[in-house]
Design a protein around this ligand. Structure first.
Ligand code: MN
Length: 240
């Protein structure tokens, strides 16, 4: 088979830092709101609601170092820097106390968002699909096994655009911490090896343009850097 489109149906996998094996990706889950400062900047939602989740297509995963085409259907593509949890064992109805036992490792991620379409979805009481679940919308860095990431969950996240810091938080400021997120999600779905969970973003989200270089750094983890490039269909559609 030499069809250049074959890669689009090939299994999606992420590198594991320091190891030869790959981490095959099964599903991509994301937490909707998980830092109070981001809820306040978005002017939406209660700060004490249960966590809620949405999914992105598995083939929306983009590797470190990639060029990300500016997507169609938006004039307002936003970055959201996030800690990503990689699940390594099956579990459902898992308690928060047992939840970290399901974790294979952690990675730095970006929940790319068509903010204008997300706001439309909110205003029309429609699902977030158009705002969140588009091609190339889930950049994710190499996964560091959990036993090598001892300081991560009490560490910090920084996102920069073209070298200028735009987001900075302690991961301890999550409304729902990683064990609680896993526990909640496992009540709705059977978690399986290969699942990724994007754990929400702090304040500072903002638009990016073709040519912008986005980097996410999280304590102990390999950095993630992607560059936004002009998309095939975006230039003629965009008015900005
Ligand atoms: Mn997000």
């Amino acid at each position: 088979m030499t069809d250049p489109l074959l890669w689009q149906i090939a299994p999606i996998a992420l590198p594991v830092a320091g190891r030869p094996e790959l981490f095959p990706v099964r599903r991509v889950y994301c937490v909707g709101r998980n830092y109070i400062d981001h809820i306040r900047e978005m002017k939406e939602g209660s700060e004490r609601d249960d966590p809620f989740f949405f999914q992105k297509p598995t083939d929306a995963v983009v590797h470190d170092g990639s060029a990300v085409p500016y997507p169609p259907l938006t004039d307002d593509l936003h970055f959201e820097g996030e800690l990503v949890v990689a699940i390594g064992a099956a579990g459902s109805g898992v308690s928060a106390e047992d939840a970290l036992g399901l974790v294979f490792g952690f990675a730095a991620g970006i929940d790319l968002t068509r903010r204008d379409r997300q706001r439309d979805c909110r205003d029309l009481a429609q699902p977030w699909e158009a705002g969140k679940s588009f091609d190339h919308s889930a950049p994710c860095g190499p996964i560091l096994p959990a036993d090598e990431a001892a300081a991560t969950l009490s560490g910090e996240l920084r996102l920069s655009v073209n070298g200028v810091q735009r987001q900075h938080t302690s991961l301890k400021l999550m409304i729902w911490d990683v064990p609680e997120i896993i526990s909640h999600l496992s009540r709705s779905y059977q978690l399986m090896p290969g699942d990724l969970i994007y754990t929400g973003t702090p304040a500072g989200v903002a638009p990016v343009q073709p040519g912008d270089r986005i980097s996410v750094e999280i304590t102990d983890l390999p950095a993630l850097t992607v560059t936004i490039v002009e998309g095939e269909t975006s230039a003629s559609q965009r008015t900005a």
